[in-house]
Design a protein around this ligand. Structure first.
Ligand code: GLC
Length: 612
């Protein structure tokens, strides 16, 4: 912590006196429930830490690194899927919702992870994938084994095709990963996908909004609803603290499955659909929209809310504060807030924030719009900059065009500026962590990890790469195994040095062990931010814009309780007023008062100041 109390008079450019205007957000005071102000760390199990040396991360690996998370200071972890799965979409294709895939360990390993996390005061949220199952799930296998019109087929969306012989898909929907959203199977019981063989008798088609190995469930079917309530109870009985709900806006489709000619890409073109040099239409910027929302008859149908009301009641039967978190690519924010009304889910990821370019005015707009929309329904606002589906923000923010939202980056494409990206990423993270509400971190961002932008195509696994015939790199570049030790084989990912994706050479510089205890490292900056955020109770705090910068194109300055969060997005340094205390800074803030009495916040830097 640096104390600054210059005795030399300020120049005209001096910021003075950081007076804040009217409250945009009044704050929760105290958080009655843990999730209202929690910092939640996403663990992507296959890439976090490998316990058994097969090159794929696992549950014992996660347990062995819980001290890292406790030391970092997070409140909870969200585990991406570790259930039984053929891994066609890295576990988002679930074959058994009540068992652990042998790749990741056993149910006993999960119990141990949960107990060890709880012993350290860390809550655990698991991922639930209810829109679709794997084609290897017993239900889908039974559907294929059973004839048209059977109860087994009725759990999925099987339809007759169009055209004289049913040779055309039932409608024109496209898969989010690219290609058609329908696959045809042979006629009658014992069906299998048609191959075009001469002796085949083609039959019905089934819907898959994602890969053909991920058939959509029919949520009009009460059996599907009761099955998932039972799955919730299975994990609640084990003691989990909540669920992240995958594709929460997709389960209910418009009646009649009408054609749709709009785009279906999720992540605004990062998952299929969009070309990787696409600059996305910003939607209606005055309400914080960025074009990140999905529309069409397969998304955000009103009927989906009844499911969440039922799930809310299930969670309420359990002690403690269990939470439901929506992964819903819905805009505007007021529409997204419908998922977190008092009797539905508890949080929803804020993808409008994630997709807002690095620019002061749009960021202020999305921050205010987010708080307004969530305050309306009494829910905490969430903030997120990275996850397993998007280019890591240390690389995204280093792209020349701030509006670019590629679905992965190929080696032959324009490369992000690594230094600029990291500087902006740290500034963006410190801005995010200074906001009231709950923040989500993606594993490795506390190390400042960049995207792997030079993966050879023959190691890629993301179905989006294959379904777009290689037009999109896909999401593998943000899923590379973490570097724990700079000098160890595989940078200490596991005991053998094997890693399921190769790590870029730069990962040695980012390894956890070379950052721990090093003042100013990305890791220590995150740790200081989390400790200060907790001490100053920023998560349940307030938001008011600092008047002097309220309309600035270069500076975002806000007051949260007694702390001023100031981000300089411009090219000139911002001069701080005298007598303020810098609590945390995202980058070097020169404090050599003998040379120059003023403290300047350089370009692309965030500081937290004790307000005057
Ligand atoms: C969600 C997941 C993504 C997955 C998709 C299909 O968007 O975050 O990783 O591919 O759903 O389950």
């Amino acid at each position: 912590m640096t104390r600054i109390d210059s005795t030399t008079p300020p120049t005209t450019a001096t910021l003075q006196p950081l007076a804040a205007g009217a409250l945009v957000h009044a704050g929760a005071g105290e958080a009655p429930e843990w999730w209202r102000d929690a910092v939640i760390y996403q663990v992507y199990p296959r890439s976090f830490a490998d316990g058994d040396g097969d090159g794929i991360g696992d549950l014992p690996g996660i347990t062995s690194k819980l001290d890292h998370l406790a030391e970092l200071g997070v409140d909870a972890v969200w585990l991406s899927p570790f259930y039984r799965s053929p891994q066609k979409d890295a576990g988002y294709d679930v074959a058994d919702y009540r068992d652990v895939d042998p790749l990741f360990g056993t149910l006993a390993d999960f119990d141990e992870l949960l107990a060890q996390a709880h012993a350290r005061g860390i809550r655990v949220i698991v991922d639930l994938v209810p829109n679709h199952t794997s084609d290897q799930h017993a239900w889908f296998q039974a559907a294929l084994a059973s004839p048209e019109g059977s109860a087994e087929r009725g759990r999925y969306v099987f339809r007759e095709g169009e055209g004289e012989h049913g040779e055309l898909p039932p409608n024109n929907w496209q898969s989010i990963f690219g290609g058609p959203a329908w696959t045809r199977v042979t006629a009658g019981a014992g069906a299998r996908p048609v191959t075009g063989a001469a002796d085949e008798v083609p039959g019905q088609w089934y819907l898959h909004l994602f890969d053909s190995s991920q058939p959509d469930l029919d949520w009009e079917n009460p059996e599907v609803r009761s099955e998932f309530e039972d799955v919730l109870r299975f994990w609640l009985d084990k003691g989990v603290d909540g669920f992240r709900i995958d594709v929460a806006h997709g389960m209910v489709k418009a009646p009649g499955l009408p054609d749709w000619d709009g785009s279906v890409s999720m992540v605004e073109g990062t998952e299929g659909g969009g070309a990787s040099d696409e600059v996305v239409d910003p939607g209606a910027p005055e309400d914080g929209s960025t074009g990140a929302g999905n529309s069409g008859p397969m998304f955000d149908q009103d009927g989906v809310h009844e499911i969440y009301r039922a799930w809310h009641r299930v969670l309420a039967e359990y002690d403690g504060d269990r939470a439901l978190v929506a992964e819903a690519w819905v805009e505007p924010l007021s529409r997204l807030a419908r998922y977190v009304r008092p009797d539905e889910m508890h949080q929803a990821f804020n993808f409008s924030f994630l997709t807002t370019p690095w620019s002061a005015a749009p960021l202020r707009t999305v921050i205010a719009a987010s708080l307004r929309a969530n305050d309306e329904v009494g829910a905490p606002t969430t903030w997120v900059l990275s996850n397993h589906d998007v280019v890591r923000h240390a690389s995204r923010l280093g792209l020349a065009d701030p509006g670019l939202r590629p679905n992965g980056i190929f080696a032959h494409e324009a490369q992000p500026d690594e230094e600029l990206g990291l500087r902006r990423a740290r500034a963006a993270s410190l801005l995010m962590l200074g906001l009231p509400g709950s923040s989500y971190l993606y594993q490795g961002e506390e190390l400042g990890l960049p995207e792997h932008t030079a993966l050879p195509d023959d190691v890629r696994e993301d179905p989006a790469f294959f379904r777009t015939q290689g037009a999109e790199a896909g999401r593998d570049g943000c899923r590379v195994p973490l570097p724990w030790h700079a000098e160890a084989p595989g940078h200490g990912f596991g005991p053998t040095g094997r890693t399921w994706l190769p790590q870029p050479e730069s990962y040695a510089r980012y390894a956890a062990d070379v950052q721990r205890g090093v003042a100013g490292s990305t890791y220590e900056t995150y740790r200081a931010a989390l400790a200060t955020r907790r001490a100053e109770r920023l998560g349940t705090g307030t938001l008011a814009w600092v008047e002097e910068h309220a309309g600035s194109d270069d500076v975002i300055a806000l007051r949260n309780r007694d702390v001023v969060v100031l981000t300089n997005l411009g090219s000139d340094p911002v001069v701080l007023p005298r007598g303020v205390e810098v609590l945390v800074a995202s980058g070097p803030v020169r404090t050599d008062r003998s040379a120059d009495p003023q403290v300047r916040v350089p370009s692309d830097t965030t500081v937290w100041l004790r307000a005057l």
